[in-house]
Design a protein around this ligand. Structure first.
Ligand SMILES: Cc1cc2nc3c(=O)[nH]c(=O)nc-3n(C[C@H](O)[C@H](O)[C@H](O)COP(=O)(O)OP(=O)(O)OC[C@H]3O[C@@H](n4cnc5c(N)ncnc54)[C@H](O)[C@@H]3O)c2cc1C
Length: 471
């Protein structure tokens, strides 16, 4: 169905819902909402609306549905797949005023929040009560909990504790038709009908706008140990991962950084953030694993760390570095958390987020390098490899725009073909958005896509919500 454009009558009706000050047509606000953190895309919305209540969100959707006007939900705008880009213009619903932590229920280990709460703010609020919300995207200082749910965000802790979808019990959602629903109940077990909560997780703002969330929490682990292990090659580092699991250890973080990722991030931390981190990089070292163990018993953690060092004796490593103090641990994690902005600061990049069974990571790394050599690009790899999730940043350091859009995209398709051949899929945590949409057929059967389109039509018969995304 073709979309209609916004006229003055619609603007007046939006103002009647959220007030004049929250219907923003100025260029500055529209430019902010025209892009996210994905490559170099810009799509201008006609208007940005900043509601404050679920009822307001539902009313906005009802009007837009009646008039067939596209609506794009926006959280922190940190998507790396173009999820929050208003590709058809229309209305951006920016959830930044939904920023309240409503309740932290210590008796039930649950919390009720609005979707515009910044992830790190929530993590710190529960930590003050001795509780733990494990999903931990590296963008935690700027992304919102609602965006995390819509992309099913992961991060380093996912390797032991799972991803965002593993922590949501219930959510309130404004449907594209303007109805307001709760997806489930605030309970730990639920076999009551289809699981709409899980359907919303990772739905990338295409099925409904999340307006309230009930999360489950865990007790905060009291101790942790952090190791940085240098390896001669990326493949060698990836081989060590499975060996560590086979020794019976489940780390709370298992992060991979190639040599180039570390060099560019150290430069960025020094030159841009003025918070330098220095680690030794001898010539023969080409990759590192950052490994974290957590728990409550120091002796157990030290024994597990000892087991890891014994396992590593079978691999080509450099000297293992144990972070002793809180400052040393913080600086290693500062390095890791800044790899994405670090790498992206020095070149236009295409950022992939593939995932394979972890025993296939060595083969994947070799294949990516071979494809890069053939097409002529440098790839910088890093990621949450404990759960098989590898980020591949392809650098545009040379070459024409035509090469970048044609040959490089064909090279990316070859990477995805290899990922699927190795039993993996296109995205582990960043979502499909517009960036991976052209490649969905490589990972999905036609029947899967037909089912997904059917679900979309059931939620959003006029196709107004976040059009142009996923498929
Ligand atoms: C430096 C950097 C590091 C990153 N590290 C990680 C990482 O470690 N792990 C990881 O998983 N991701 C990571 N990301 C990607 C990104 O931060 C996540 O995808 C994050 O979850 C997006 O949240 P956001 O609030 O910024 O969402 P946005 O970018 O605003 O939106 C993302 C999607 O969610 C939808 N959406 C937003 N709010 C709602 C809502 N209330 N209801 C329904 N739909 C909504 C949007 O329409 C869009 O489709 C990183 C990004 C950057 C820039």
């Amino acid at each position: 169905m073709p979309f209609n454009t916004i006229n003055n009558e619609i603007l007046d009706r939006l103002r009647a819902i959220v007030g004049q000050a929250n219907v923003l047509t100025d260029e500055e606000t529209r430019i902010i909402c025209a892009s996210d953190m994905t490559e170099d895309h810009v799509f201008m919305p006609a208007v940005v609306v900043t509601p404050e209540t679920a009822e307001q969100v539902a009313a906005i959707l009802r009007i837009c549905n009646d008039h067939v006007i596209p609506v794009t939900p926006r959280g922190g705008g940190t998507s790396l797949s173009g999820g929050s880009l208003p590709v058809e213009g229309g209305v951006v619903v920016w959830m930044k005023r939904f920023d309240r932590i409503i309740d932290i229920d210590e008796l039930n280990l649950q919390a009720t929040v609005e979707p515009g709460v910044i992830t790190e703010v929530f993590q710190n609020a529960v930590k003050e009560k001795g509780l733990f919300y494990p999903p931990d995207p590296s963008s935690r200082g700027t992304c919102f909990l609602g965006g995390n749910l819509a992309h099913n965000a992961g991060g380093p802790k996912a390797v032991k504790y799972g991803v965002t979808r593993d922590y949501v019990l219930n959510m309130q959602v404004a449907l594209p038709t303007g109805e307001l629903i709760w997806t489930a109940a605030n309970v730990l077990k639920n076999s009551t009908g289809y699981n709409l909560t899980q359907l919303m997780c990772g739905s990338e703002g295409t099925l409904g706008i999340i307006t309230r969330i009930v999360f489950k929490l865990r007790p905060l682990p009291r101790r942790d140990v952090t190791l940085l292990v240098p390896f001669t090659t990326g493949e060698e580092a990836c081989r060590a991962i499975s060996a560590i699991y086979m020794a019976g250890i489940v780390p709370s973080g298992m992060e991979f950084m190639e040599r180039d990722a570390i060099i560019l991030t150290m430069k960025y931390l020094d030159e841009v953030l003025h918070k330098p981190v220095t680690i030794e990089l001898p010539d023969h070292i080409n990759a590192h694993l950052l490994i974290e163990l957590d728990g409550n018993d120091e002796d157990t953690l030290m024994r597990d760390a000892e087991t890891i060092t014994q396992v590593l004796e079978n691999f080509e490593t450099g000297e293992v570095y144990f972070a002793e103090s809180a400052e040393e641990k913080e600086s290693l994690w500062r390095l890791r958390r800044n790899v994405s902005p670090g790498v992206n600061s020095y070149s236009l990049t295409k950022s992939e987020d593939v995932v394979v069974p972890r025993s296939n990571l060595p083969a994947l790394v070799s294949a990516i390098k071979a494809i890069g050599d053939r097409v002529g690009f440098r790839s910088v790899c890093y990621g949450h490899v404990g759960d098989g999730n590898l980020h591949v940043n392809i650098m545009k350091e040379q070459g024409s725009d035509a090469w970048w859009h044609n040959e490089v995209n064909e090279g990316i398709a070859d990477i995805f073909r290899e990922v699927v051949r190795l039993g993996g899929t296109l995205s582990g945590e960043h979502g499909i958005g517009i960036a991976k949409r052209p490649y969905m057929h490589l990972a999905m059967q036609e029947a899967n896509l037909r089912l997904m389109r059917g679900i979309k039509a059931a939620f959003d018969p006029n196709g107004i919500l976040n059009p142009g995304k996923v498929f």
